[in-house]
Design a protein around this ligand. Structure first.
Ligand code: DAH
Length: 336
């Protein structure tokens, strides 16, 4: 075997290697256990003594050179070796496989509150808020609800355990408490809406929950009349439900308004029948309430209203069971 020839063809092949497969077949061909260098060693063993020594030396040199150059080639290629597994096309669009890749959205109650706020701010209202953990003074007393009034019954409210002489706290049962919070801090003219949670120990069914949301409205200014109240409710109902709805006011009673009314909106059905749905309560702010917060009832008058947010959302979106809002069933939530 011509060892010089072997070395030079090994070098030519090494310099042309461009894949891991070629590198491996080079190794097998030259350095493998049945490779050309092994073949040369076998040849050496059977050689006559004359040439043996020089052939042996030359073989060692050639073997060392090929091994070294092979390893260098292997090291050079190491960092640029192509992947051996399946190729990944990183430009291919992703597949929406799992639920948690979906972007979230605002809960229907949150969306309804936003819509209500949009409507009322267009009508010149600003947004106010008050605490959910409230005292009896703001929830009842300042709103002209006497201690003997059935609405203050411990069985109808979430009172906190009190201590002698300290104010009695409760989870607010109505957003009307925000009327007092605002009137304590702000002088007329006042024009606010206050959305928020309220709490009552009601038995849960399709239309009741121990926690729900209300939107309170309060306007106090000079020369405010019942006409302003009715106009405001009318505008809201048309803006929220559509231009074709009608409103209806029925006389009612609330301790903090005089006169008081409940208001309904009409819904026309395909068969021509009309159904009325109660939305909330309203009235002219009772002079006693204004006096409680040092607003002169001879100079100022006001109107107030409170409506159920779940109720308007249910009506607008055809939700039939209030519990759907709180169960966090994604099949329900994703519809909105
Ligand atoms: N707070 C009353 C309730 O929870 C609703 C209400 C009635 C609010 C009349 C008002 C109002 O502001 O004037 O049932």
């Amino acid at each position: 075997m011509d060892l010089e020839q072997l070395l030079s063809s090994a070098r030519t092949e090494l310099s042309a290697i461009s894949s891991p497969e070629q590198l491996e077949s080079f190794r097998v061909k030259y350095l493998g256990t049945k490779g050309l260098l092994k073949e040369a060693s076998d040849q050496l063993r059977t050689m006559p003594p004359e040439g043996k020594r020089s052939f042996g030396q030359q073989l060692n040199t050639v073997k060392a050179a090929i091994t070294k150059e092979f390893e260098e080639c292997q090291a050079r290629r190491g960092s640029t070796l192509e992947p051996t597994g399946p190729l990944v096309d990183v430009t291919e669009p992703g597949v929406l496989k799992f639920d948690h890749y979906r972007p979230g959205s605002l809960h229907l109650i949150g969306q309804t509150i936003d819509r209500l706020i949009d409507l009322f701010t267009m009508m010149g209202f600003s947004v106010a808020s008050g605490p959910e953990l409230e005292d009896e003074f703001h929830n009842f007393e300042a709103l002209n609800v006497p201690l003997t009034h059935p609405a203050r019954d411990p069985l109808d409210n979430f009172y906190l355990e009190g201590s002698e002489g300290a104010p009695l706290y409760m989870m607010r049962s109505q957003t009307s408490s925000v009327q007092i919070r605002v009137l304590e801090k702000q002088r007329p003219p006042i024009r606010i809406v206050a959305p928020g949670r309220v709490y009552r120990p009601d038995t849960v069914d399709a239309t009741h929950s121990y926690m729900f949301h209300q939107l309170e409205g309060l306007v106090v200014d000079e020369h405010v009349t019942m006409v302003d109240l009715k106009t405001c409710i009318d505008q809201f109902a048309r803006g929220f439900f559509g231009a074709e709805v009608k409103t209806r006011f029925r006389p009612s009673f609330f301790p903090f308004t005089e006169p008081s009314a409940e208001f309904d909106v009409s819904f026309e059905f395909a068969d021509g029948t009309t159904k009325w749905m109660e939305l909330g309560g309203c009235g002219m702010v009772d002079p006693n309430v204004l006096r409680m917060v040092n607003v002169d009832p001879e100079k100022y008058a006001g109107f107030a209203f409170g409506l159920g947010i779940e109720r308007v959302a249910m009506r607008r979106h055809g939700v039939e069971d209030i519990r759907a809002f709180y169960e966090n069933d994604l099949r329900f939530l994703r519809q909105f």
